[in-house]
Design a protein around this ligand. Structure first.
Ligand code: UDP
Ligand code: MG
Length: 327
């Protein structure tokens, strides 16, 4: 009977989370103990924490064999920590949850229920976001709206990474090895049978958010450039419009010169045209540069991450399942 139980992996990316690890474990433990029909594995991915996060996880592992951990060789960022965790997860499904208890673990039983009903991707959608500033909520809303308007795939609004993924979703995500990952978009990209559940997002239990506007802006640009080449299209369209306007203006000037003679003062109009065109060109060079940069990064085919150790074992890199990597 014992080995017919399904295994559920709870994947926790953690970076400098010493204040919350034990709290999180207590909450998870209650949930896991109540779900007696399943076996659990809690896989912490320590993303190069500089505090005692790893030590706390190791301590937990001494008393509870369900705890596993993956120690990355340095801080790679949450997106990469997640794919590393997915690579090492063993469960029939994987539940991704933040370490800071902003995602209530109490939702897990409901997620499992829906999974058993046949959904492959049960994602938690925030009804509210306590403890987050108006600016953060506003910018995030505007961003999702913009992203949605330029991509064909459906982007889920107000949804973080807190979700349950069936094994086949996990395998799908694992097969996508791009290095500038925008996981939120990838969840939509893979498709499968999705189901949302609503919840109230709590404020962080303790500790500091690792996000700042710089990081968020980077993530948003990654989101845009990894899912759509629309900005390139805009560049082309605006280029056509501007050169069309330029052509008309040229005809007008030729006409004027031929019929009314040369009109010397023209400094302001010349400056306006130079500055305007120069500005547009620089912006679109930037846009092209973004895509070129992405191409550059992806064509290096670097492994996404390096592992220091998986549980007690030191790892060398055969973890890469990168299609360009030969064993
Ligand atoms: N995280 C990570 N690596 C990083 C930054 C964050 O693994 O470089 C983890 C962090 O420990 C937490 C989750 O990602 O479990 C979400 O981070 P945070 O709470 O700082 O983000 P927010 O909730 O403010 O979006
Ligand atoms: Mg958080």
């Amino acid at each position: 009977m014992e080995n017919t139980k399904k295994l559920i992996t709870i994947l926790v990316p953690a970076y400098n989370e010493q204040e919350v690890i034990n709290l999180l474990y207590e909450r998870l433990q209650k949930i896991m103990d109540s779900q007696t029909n399943y076996n659990f594995e809690v896989l912490f991915v320590n993303d190069g924490s500089k505090d005692d996060t790893l030590k706390l996880i190791q301590n937990l592992r001494k008393t509870d064999s369900r705890i596993c951990y993956l120690n990355l060789s340095r801080n790679f960022g949450k997106e990469t920590a997640m794919i590393a965790g997915l690579d090492y997860s063993k469960g029939d499904c994987v539940i991704i949850i933040d370490a800071d208890l902003q995602d209530p673990p109490e939702l897990i039983p409901d997620m499992i229920k829906l999974w058993e009903e046949g959904y492959d991707d049960v994602y938690a959608k925030r009804k509210s976001r306590k403890g987050e500033t108006f600016m953060k909520k506003f910018t995030s809303k505007m961003y999702y709206r913009t992203l949605q308007s330029v991509t064909n795939i459906e982007i889920q609004k107000d949804t973080g990474d807190f979700r349950l993924l069936d094994r086949r979703c996990v395998e799908a995500l694992k097969s996508i090895r791009e290095s500038q990952r925008y996981t939120k978009g990838l969840f939509s990209f893979i498709g499968y049978n999705k189901k949302e559940i609503l919840y109230d997002r709590d404020p962080r239990a303790a500790g500091q958010t690792k996000w700042n506007y710089g990081k968020l802006i980077n993530l948003s640009i990654d989101g845009l450039t990894s899912f759509t080449t629309a900005p390139l299209r805009w560049a082309a369209i605006i280029g056509i419009l501007v050169s069309f306007a330029g052509f008309i203006y040229m005809l007008a000037i030729i006409f004027k010169t031929l019929f009314y003679g040369i009109d010397v003062p023209g400094y302001s109009s010349t400056m306006v045209v130079i500055l305007f065109l120069g500005g547009i060109q620089l912006i679109f060079l930037g846009v092209i540069g973004e895509y070129l940069g992405r191409t550059f990064n992806e064509t290096k085919y670097r492994p996404l991450y390096f592992i220091d150790c998986y549980n007690e074992e030191k790892e060398t890199n055969k973890n890469l399942n990168n299609k360009h990597y030969k064993e």
